[in-house]
Design a protein around this ligand. Structure first.
Ligand SMILES: *Cc1c(COP(=O)(O)O)cnc(C)c1O
Length: 220
């Protein structure tokens, strides 16, 4: 019972006060989220629209939900209804769909543009050379507000490579700010690499297994 509380305390003690913690609760049972909430955590990360909707309905209203998974356009409505921030915007089509849905419900959706800098082909996101165009499109859409950038480092044991990826993401954050100066958030770093991300300038870290323990297997 105390494990989640202790893990949270350990992370928050090491995290600079200005860096926001997203507790990545995807695939975790509701009781785990409730324990984190009872320990004071208010910002949670989910990667599936249906799971986000179910958990948002069951958790208190003051939770700030960050959507961090690959989002299909047919699930956008559900996510716009519940998320405070969509961190994983990885295509112009998705940007447009989010803006349309947000407009319909009379809100402006805060988003991060996800960039792909890691070596793995499977990861999604805008390529560095696509970022400026994506930022300009985002700025022209009435239903979205770009507040920053999100990225992942290569999955490797090489701390050097991971740090290099994080520095690249932070540089891309500057590119983004040259187009839209208020978009200052840099979301990077997970359980295994968040301290390197903070060193490289992260303003948001997304930590899952380091808080909740290992995830139950995916249910697909
Ligand atoms: C699952 C996930 C995380 C958290 O991963 P951990 O290694 O459990 O901390 C962070 N970011 C994204 C985008 C994820 O999908």
């Amino acid at each position: 019972m105390l494990l989640i509380r202790n893990n949270l305390r350990e992370v928050t003690e090491q995290l600079p006060a200005a860096v926001k913690l997203v507790a990545v609760s995807k695939f975790q049972p509701l009781e785990s989220l409730q324990q984190a909430y009872a320990a004071g955590q208010r910002r949670f990360g989910e990667s599936r629209a249906d799971e986000l909707a179910a958990k948002a309905a069951a958790m208190p209203d003051d939770v700030e939900w960050h959507f961090i998974g690959h989002l299909q356009t047919n699930k956008v409505r559900r996510v716009v209804a519940h998320a405070s921030v969509i961190e994983s915007v990885d295509s112009l089509r998705l940007l447009q769909a989010i803006s349309n849905e947000a407009e319909k419900s009379g809100k402006v959706m805060r988003v991060l543009l996800q960039v792909h800098v890691a070596a793995e082909e499977t990861k999604t996101g805008f390529l560095p050379e696509e970022l400026s165009d994506a930022a300009r499109v985002a700025c022209s859409l009435p239903g979205v507000e770009v507040i920053g950038i999100m990225g992942m480092a290569t999955n490797t044991d090489s701390e050097e490579r991971v740090s290099e990826d994080f520095r690249t993401i932070a540089e891309l954050g500057k590119t983004l700010r040259s187009i839209t100066p208020d978009a200052a958030e840099i979301s990077m770093g997970m359980t295994g690499d968040w301290s390197l991300a903070v060193e490289a300038g992260a303003t948001i870290v997304r930590i899952g297994s380091g808080i909740f323990g290992s995830r139950p297997p995916k249910s697909v």
